[in-house]
Design a protein around this ligand. Structure first.
Ligand code: CA
Length: 230
């Protein structure tokens, strides 16, 4: 299998080179662009799987580039992660509205970056797939089944939806309010502690194959799905 390709669009040389170094060590094929013009050439030429786009670029904002790419049919399969400095963090929402698949705030650890990239690429590849796997878990979306090593795990419909959402959005933290919004639907009135109840049930169901630890509590923030240890 050929390595997945990542384009780094960042004008700060030190950050770009450091990022390229860590990502190529993680097994990706890396291309580097200093501005949007170079990025466009490499995008057309190399057809990367994912672009890491800095918010502040010399010729055009990274957000604008992201928006343009997401509107372009030629790049509908391209996953995009935006890089942003802490001061720009309040712009996260507009960035996600611009179509980015995820956000990473500078400074970031290489480990975090690789984990987020893996999660986004997994999600991008799983949109057309019926079967999701993570650690010992397998979720068959067509059959509405969860299993581990071929043994079916019984989960209720809400737990199933919750697990499906978390598995397709691994490594990201969601608040209770966000989970209510995304899993229960924005128009349903449910108290936030309802989320805790279903998380508890889900963990109980997943305890047997030892996957309960995948549903991680992030204190003061919410929940995250991850197969890695906390
Ligand atoms: Ca920059």
């Amino acid at each position: 299998m050929s390595p997945q390709k990542i384009l780094i669009v960042e004008d700060e040389q030190a950050i770009r080179e450091m990022t390229a170094f860590h990502l190529s060590r993680a097994g990706y094929e890396i291309f580097e662009a200093r501005d949007c013009r170079e990025a466009r050439e490499l995008l057309a030429d190399k057809q990367p799987d994912l672009a890491l786009i800095d918010w502040m670029l010399p010729d055009m904002s990274g957000l604008e580039l992201t928006r343009n790419l997401k509107r372009n049919k030629d790049f509908e399969d391209l996953a995009i992660i935006m890089l942003t400095a802490r001061a720009e963090e309040h712009d996260k929402v507009s960035g996600l509205e611009g179509g980015a698949d995820d956000y990473i705030t500078k400074p970031f650890s290489p480990r975090e970056l690789v984990a987020r990239i893996q999660a986004v690429l997994r999600r991008a590849n799983s949109t057309n797939e019926e079967v999701l796997t993570a650690g010992v878990l397998t979720l068959d979306a067509a059959g509405h089944r969860v299993s581990s090593s071929g043994v079916e795990i019984k989960v209720g419909p809400t737990e199933y939806r919750l697990l499906h959402f978390l598995m397709t959005h691994a490594e990201r933290v969601y608040s209770r309010a966000q989970l209510l919004d995304r899993v229960w639907g924005a128009n349903v009135y449910v108290e936030e502690r309802t989320v805790d109840v279903h998380v508890r049930r889900l963990r109980k169901a997943l305890a047997d194959p030892g996957a309960d630890s995948y549903i991680q509590t992030v204190r003061g923030a919410g929940y995250r799905f991850s197969c890695r240890d906390v």
